[in-house]
Design a protein around this ligand. Structure first.
Ligand code: SF4
Length: 341
């Protein structure tokens, strides 16, 4: 099987080329074609020798994902990709006033089984490789002719359940010679796998960490997220505290608001108690209703009440802008439709 060029950083490609009697500078040339000129056909890389073009064609593939569908609303594009093994994944592009961000998938399906999540209904089939994560961004940039400014790992999959590939991906896209996405513009979102949060705190990376909390007590969180039975709230928050102390970085707490489930004043007050004195920032997420899951979106007035309680108690908080209501914007919806076909 051929190697995947988008798995390689420049040092690895240089080593591979030198081993095969090519020159160090050839790696730089190839990276310029791939990442500056968006050229993925080796035969069009006109400053490479014919010998090197043939060698690359024989040994490497470039694009392995296929765009199957693009759904568009005013400020959002949703991409459905088909992988080489005919599995499907999806990514969402959001056009903010301050830049363009993409939420990518890290696994085919997910084993975490959060009850509000369409992705969790389709079990994990496999982890994505580094090149499959990178190609999502690469193809989106090419298709829409845009430069992505920030990347969130919050699509299908639990990033820390695919730790090594995710870490390699983050380092790769952060490199100025590849996609050059600033570390502070990359966010890894986890449902709270405690040993991996600990491991991640030792990586010395400047990327952002987000924790999907979604409930202020164990009883409720265990109903929403089965990972809570393995790593309950007190263990996760203890590790988050260690992470903050070690890295000196603020952590985002994701809180999905579900009507009459976790959006009442008492929940907000419980959340305040939990997060007081922690260097965190709470992102309240209005739920994106899907036909298959029995949760509803909180009323606007309730969302604002929840927000006010946090704010009045000095918790840093924002309400996430809603994107792509007209399309299948809830994580996993587009893939789920395709798989169910
Ligand atoms: S919310 Fe995230 S971790 Fe939970 S099932 Fe969905 S994809 Fe998996």
């Amino acid at each position: 099987m051929k190697n995947k060029i988008f798995n390689y950083d420049i040092a690895e490609l240089t080593e591979f080329l030198i081993k095969n009697n090519f020159k160090k500078y050839n790696a730089t040339q190839i990276f310029e074609w791939l990442y500056e000129h968006n050229e993925t056909n080796f035969n069009n890389m006109t400053n490479l020798s014919k010998n090197l073009q043939d060698f690359l064609t024989k040994n490497f593939t470039t694009i392995n994902l296929k765009i199957v569908k693009v759904e568009k609303s005013v400020d959002t594009y949703k991409f459905l990709f088909c992988l080489e093994d005919n599995n499907y994944i999806e990514s969402v592009v959001m056009l903010h006033d301050y830049g363009k961000s993409v939420c990518i998938s890290t696994q085919v399906g997910c084993n975490m089984g959060c009850t509000f999540c369409e992705s969790g209904r389709l079990k994990k089939i496999r982890n994505l490789q580094t090149y499959e994560m990178l190609e999502q961004i690469y193809l989106i940039q090419k298709e829409l002719n845009i430069k992505i400014n920030s990347v969130v790992l919050m699509g299908i999959g639990e990033p820390f359940d695919n730790y090594d590939n995710v870490l390699k991906f983050v380092k790769l896209i952060n490199n100025p010679k590849t996609l050059a996405i600033g570390a502070r513009h990359i966010t890894i979102s986890t449902c709270g796998i405690v040993p991996k949060i600990k491991q991640f705190s030792e990586e010395n990376l400047q990327v952002n960490l987000a924790l999907s909390l979604h409930a202020p007590n164990n009883e409720l969180r265990s109903k929403l997220m089965k990972i809570n039975k393995v790593y309950p709230i007190e263990d996760v928050l203890k590790e988050i505290k260690n992470y903050i102390n070690k890295t000196n970085r603020r952590v985002t707490i994701e809180y999905l608001l579900l009507k009459d489930v976790n959006d009442q004043e008492r929940h907000a007050l419980e959340l305040v108690k939990l997060l007081k004195n922690l260097n965190v920032y709470v992102n309240l997420i209005p739920y994106n209703e899907t036909s298959k899951i029995n949760y509803n979106k909180s009323k606007k007035v309730q969302i604002l009440k929840f927000y006010d309680i946090l704010k009045k108690n000095n918790i840093n908080v924002t309400i996430r802008k809603e994107f792509g209501k007209e399309i299948s914007a809830a994580c996993g919806q587009l893939r789920s439709k395709e798989v169910n076909k």
